[in-house]
Structure formats: structure tokens, C-alpha cells
Design a protein around this ligand. Structure first.
Ligand code: PLP
Length: 481
């Protein structure tokens, strides 16, 4: 590494990135390339001799950028957002500069200690119960994704239960969640060896905006208990992926407690909103949870990846995930005086991810972060009102945070209940390159999802997105009449 070369090339890269952000609206939001496009453009083998940075920039412009979907575009409304910010970006840069592999405290004490401090700060911002703090028996840790978070707590819960019931009980362990729970739970169950027939995805209640009914969970548990099975894990969601439903935490907490089960809360997207006092009530009931997760890399201006997981009792994670080979032994770990985050996660190596979160918190401050969340929710409200004002459309389920679920209302005679009508509308909108939205299915209805959360989105983007959708709908309805 030549420092002067880095300075020179780094400046050029920062210029490139700044120009990219400045011109981001000129690119199609959803990449319009066809599968395999890049193989046609790049050679079959790596170059023998070094290339120039100039040649590389040319290729990035001409060959890579067309294959990028612009998640940071202000016209990006698909899935859930994945925010970047100057603060998060700078944190990533610094983390790349140090390039530490911080599996144990000793490998970079600042990495572990900053993570502990920042996750405690965040727990306080969310007003999580004090048991989740590192100063108690719990603590927070940064995982790569919500999928890894649910996997590690599922393993911890599984082992806790097996210690009680015996190792041969694995086939009896049962997991409960609603059918709106992210598929990450199913994947975690597959990896953790939970028998597929023991994963109960209880139908969510459309009358509760697709949250799960506690009675449906407790009935399923009672049935399983009477069959000699062992209910051990409930996954509740605050802000489901399809429609931002909020499962009833207090009731699920009571059920988990009564049955000695682990309650995990997946607030991957909506957790960010709960730093605002007016949305914090969605976390009421977290007191009974064993673990809580939210993705700072979704809606919190922290560049991917940065998934925050808190547990009430860290010893369960450590019992399931720790290894202690000779080559990693050191004084601090042996003295039990430090956290070694390798024992709270699947991989050994880990990045210095707390830096970017720390920088986001410091360079924005909680007040600005709250305003940022509120602004997106206001913009989503505006979009919702626009949908309501056009009788050709309907809002399918009431908006809670910054996601609006809507569709073009099909004619009564429509054979597939508006599936093609709405699919075509989405396809036309996304193929235009002007906006990017995604879809889901709720109660058999094909539903369009409009998620506000890109950092550059302003009111004008909401209005022009709506105009694009209206114009395309007009065209489509004319063609189909
Ligand atoms: N949980 C919820 C509620 C989500 O919305 C998502 C992704 O959108 C996930 C989990 C999975 O997130 P990750 O990609 O961090 O595993």
C-alpha cells in the first residue's frame, strides 16, 4: 500500500462517487440489462499486466453502472430501503482503511469496545429494557443481516431447550411465527436442524392488518403440547416485509413466558422508527423478549451491512457459538474480562462495523435521525392520500410506517382478481426506469408496495412517482377496455 498512491486514487474515487450521487437520477432506477450481459463485455480471463485506474473507471461507467440497480436513487421505492449517507460512507471508508479482523477483543480492542458502547447507546435510544444492556447479563452485537441474527438466537434457544429436555429431543422442537414472517426464519430453521414439519407459520389475521392473532399461536402450542411436542421459539415481527404489520408483542410475550419459550423480535425495517417517541409503543412488550433485532442498514443511514441484535442473556449465545482453539487463546479472553464477539456470531472474522454506526450517530445526532424517519413517514402519508384520492386505486391495508400497500381495483369480472392488471402496471413502471416499486400478495390479492426511505427522496419524487403510476394506469385501463 503506497500512501501517496492511495491519496491520489482515493480522491479520484471520491470524485467519481460524488458525481455518481449528483447524477443518480439520470440512471434507470431498476437496471434494465438482460441476464448474462456482463459476460459479453468482459474478457474470459484476468489481465496478466496491471490496468490503469482510468481504464477501470471507463469500464465502471460503461459496463458496471448499467447493471446496477440504484438503491440510493430518490425514485427507489421497492422492497425496503437500504440507506447510505455521507457519515455511513465515511465510516465504511475508515473501516476499509483499518481492515481489521476483529474476532476477539485482543485483535482490535477499539472494535469490540466501540461496538459495545454504540449498541448500548442504541438500546437506550430504543428504550429497550435494561437487561439488554452490556452492563447487565445481555448486550448487543452487530451481525451482517437479520437472517444471521435470527439464526444465532434460534441456535441459542434450541440448545437451551435441548439442555433441559435432552439432546434426543431435537425432532420434537417446534417454532411458531405468522405466515407474514420473513423467510429468513425458515432458512434459520433449516440450518438449525428444526424438522420442517415443526415450523408453524400461523396464518396472519387480515382483520388485524396481517398481524398474527395471539390465540392462533396459543392454540397451535396447546395442540403441539398435547401431541408431546416441545414448543420452544416464537418469532414476532414489528414491521412485516409484505405490509409492515406489527405482531402483538405483549400477548406473544405472555405466551412465550407461560410456556418457557424464547421470544425473538424481528424489527429489521421498522425498528428504526421506534427511536421516535410517537412510534415507540410498537415495541411495548419487548420486556418479555429474549432477543431483539433491527437493521441499521435499512432505514438508519448506515451503509450495508449493519444488523443490530440484542439479547437479554448473552450466555446462551456464547454457550452455543463459542470455540476456544489454542491459537486464539490470550490473556484477556482467558481472564473473562472482555467480550469476544466471535462467540456471538457464525463466522470467526468480523469487520469494524460499529465505526460507521458511531459516525452516523455522532454526525447526525438523535434529533436529526428522528426527523429523518418522520419525514419519510410523512411522505408515505402523502402518497397514501394520493392513492385514496383516485377512485381507480385502493389502499389494501392501512399504512403504519413508510410503506404503502395499494393496487388498481380490478373489475368484478376480472378473472384473476387484478393480478395481471397490477403486475403489468408494476412492470411498466419499472421498465420505464423512472421508478422502482415491488409487490406482494395479501389474501390472494396482488399488491403493489411503495416503500419510502431512500435518503434523497423529497416530496417532488413522491408526486412524480404517483403521476407516472397514474398515467400508466390510464393507458393500461384504456387498452384493456
Ligand atoms: N426481516 C424483515 C422484517 C425484513 O423485512 C427483512 C428484509 O427485508 C429481513 C428480515 C431479512 O433481512 P436481511 O437481508 O438483513 O437478512
Amino acid at each position: 500500500m503506497d500512501a501517496e498512491q492511495l491519496r491520489e486514487c482515493g480522491h479520484r474515487m471520491v470524485d467519481f462517487v460524488a458525481d455518481y450521487y449528483k447524477s443518480i437520477e439520470t440512471f434507470p432506477v431498476l437496471s434494465q440489462v438482460q441476464p448474462g450481459y456482463l459476460k459479453e463485455l468482459l474478457p474470459d480471463t484476468a489481465p496478466n499486466k496491471p490496468d490503469t485506474l482510468e481504464a477501470l473507471f471507463d469500464d465502471i461507467r460503461e459496463k458496471i453502472v448499467p447493471g446496477v440497480t440504484h438503491w440510493q436513487s430518490p425514485n427507489y421505492f421497492a422492497y425496503y430501503p437500504s440507506n447510505s449517507s455521507t457519515a455511513g460512507f465515511l465510516g465504511e471508508m475508515l473501516s476499509a482503511a483499518f481492515n481489521i479482523v476483529g474476532f476477539s477483543w485482543i485483535t482490535s480492542p477499539a472494535a469490540t469496545e466501540l461496538e459495545v458502547i454504540v449498541l448500548d447507546w442504541f438500546a437506550k435510544m430504543l428504550r429497550l429494557p435494561s437487561q439488554f444492556l452490556s452492563t447487565a447479563l445481555g448486550g448487543g452485537v452487530i451481525q451482517g443481516t437479520a437472517s444471521e441474527a435470527v439464526l444465532v438466537v434460534l441456535l441459542a434457544a434450541r440448545d437451551r431447550t435441548l439442555r433441559k429436555h435432552g439432546k434426543t429431543s431435537l425432532e420434537k422442537l417446534v417454532v411458531y411465527a405468522s405466515d407474514q414472517t420473513h423467510s429468513a426464519l425458515q432458512k434459520a430453521c433449516q440450518i438449525a436442524g428444526i424438522f420442517p414439519e415443526n415450523v408453524r407459520l400461523v396464518k396472519a389475521d387480515c382483520n388485524r392488518n396481517y398481524a398474527v392473532a395471539p390465540l392462533a399461536i396459543s392454540d397451535a402450542i396447546a395442540t403441539d403440547l398435547s401431541s408431546g411436542l416441545i414448543p420452544f421459539f416464537i418469532c414476532a415481527t414489528v414491521g412485516t416485509t409484505s405490509s409492515s404489520a406489527v405482531d402483538p408483542l405483549p400477548e406473544l410475550g405472555q405466551i412465550a413466558k407461560a410456556n418457557d419459550m424464547w421470544l425473538h423480535i424481528d424489527a429489521a425495517y421498522a425498528g428504526s422508527a421506534c427511536i421516535c417517541p410517537e412510534y415507540r409503543h410498537h415495541l411495548n412488550g419487548v420486556e418479555e423478549a429474549d432477543s431483539f433485532n433491527m437493521n441499521a442498514h435499512k432505514w438508519f443511514l448506515t451503509n450495508f451491512d449493519c444488523s443490530l441484535l440484542w439479547v437479554k442473556d448473552r450466555s446462551y449465545l456464547i454457550q452455543s457459538l463459542s470455540t476456544n482453539p489454542e491459537f486464539l487463546k490470550n490473556k484477556a479472553s482467558e481472564a473473562n474480562s472482555v467480550f469476544d464477539f466471535k462467540d456471538w456470531q457464525i463466522p470467526l472474522g468480523r469487520r469494524f462495523r460499529s465505526l460507521k454506526l458511531w459516525m452516523v450517530l455522532r454526525l447526525y445526532g438523535v434529533e436529526n435521525l428522528q426527523s429523518y424517519i418522520r419525514k419519510h413517514i410523512e411522505l408515505a402519508k402523502e402518497f397514501e392520500q394520493l392513492v385514496i384520492s383516485d377512485s381507480r386505486f385502493e389502499v389494501v391495508t392501512p399504512r403504519t410506517f413508510s410503506l404503502v400497500c395499494f393496487r388498481l381495483v380490478p373489475l368484478a369480472s376480472d378473472q384473476d382478481n387484478g393480478r395481471k392488471l397490477n403486475y403489468d402496471l408494476m412492470d411498466a413502471a419499472n421498465s420505464s426506469g423512472k421508478i422502482f416499486i415491488s409487490h406482494t400478495v395479501l389474501s390472494g390479492k396482488f399488491v403493489l408496495r411503495f416503500a419510502v426511505g431512500a435518503p434523497l427522496t423529497e416530496g417532488q419524487h413522491i408526486f412524480s412517482a404517483w403521476k407516472i403510476l397514474q398515467d400508466l394506469a390510464t393507458k393500461q385501463l384504456l387498452e384493456s377496455s
